[in-house]
Design a protein around this ligand. Sequence first.
Ligand SMILES: *Cc1c(COP(=O)(O)O)cnc(C)c1O
Length: 371
Amino acid sequence: MSDKPIYVTQPTLPPLEEFIPYLQKIWDNKILTNGGPFHQQLEKALCDYLGVKHVALFTNGTIALATALQALRVTGEVITTPYSFVATAHSLLWNGIKPVFVDVHPNTLNLDPAKIEAAITPSTTAIMPVHCYGHPCDVQAIQKIADNYNLKVIYDAAHAFGVKDEGGSVLRHGDLSVLSFHATKVFNTFEGGAIICPDAKTKLRIDQLKNFGFVDETTVVAPGINGKMSEINAAFGMLQLRHVDAALAQRRNVDTAYRKGLCAVPGIHCLQDAGEQVANYSYFPLLVEDDYPLSRDALYQKLKENNIHARRYFYPLITDFPMYRGMPSAQRENLPVATAAALKVLCLPIYPNLTLEHINLIVQVITKVSQ
Ligand SMILES: *Cc1c(COP(=O)(O)O)cnc(C)c1O
């Protein structure tokens, strides 16, 4: 039993005194938003850090997703996953787009490329996959389908900050990728988000769309939204960047300790580790299989009794919420893998300052029932 509650995550915060000089600058120049100096600095610093061409900062990931769809003029139907945070599908509804749900692959819980083609109709204009838990999607297979059918690809990369594959940042794939810098994510600016895009022209359109559609002082070219990141969030992002490598390394240690303690436990299935790829260890999902002595929900309760607050991400599925569940593609028969995963998954606490003592306690609670 832990004396203090252990939550699934804890936001990473640098020492407060390190933030004061940043605030002093804002107080001195009195620029609070509208693409000020910290906003420009952070866009540039993130391009360098992530190894991408263009970054457009946003007030949060959800507005960034909705704007990404507008930037590419996506309409009609979009193929997406039911196994994600609800904002993925909400961004489609906000644009009057019909989500078409396709099942996930059992190894990765990412959109299964083998099932995409059957869901394409003449109204399909794009695919919106999610790099779930920061594990890269099968980007090659998805791109091949997109090329064959002339579809756009917008990745919800909210979990994928800093993730790399053989060729570099996973964020370079598709037409656009969208990040979230929410408090619960590996890199946070309290609230925040970004669109990663490959060319300057698209970046310009995105910048207009996040500023009401303004092109200059007197010209408005689109019904844009206010999606700008404020100077205080951007300044905080600059400070966070100085600490992010250390935070990612600490997360890796937590991941390693969990794998050592849990992956051999009968009935506990850890999702594949990153292998050769650079991961960000944003989540530690495990699947509680039928041969484990407790059900997933019973284990969740048992951890709770020990003051350990794991989370059932992603349960319920997006397709179980009332605004989606009537859709033909949302029916469970269409989504057997996602449906099963949602009933088995448990995300364990993972954050940079999670102590070895707490990790051992969590491992002990899970292993003890199986002996
Ligand atoms: C966090 C998250 C979002 C939303 O990001 P916000 O910055 O909270 O708006 C979207 N999609 C996924 C998969 C997420 O995890």
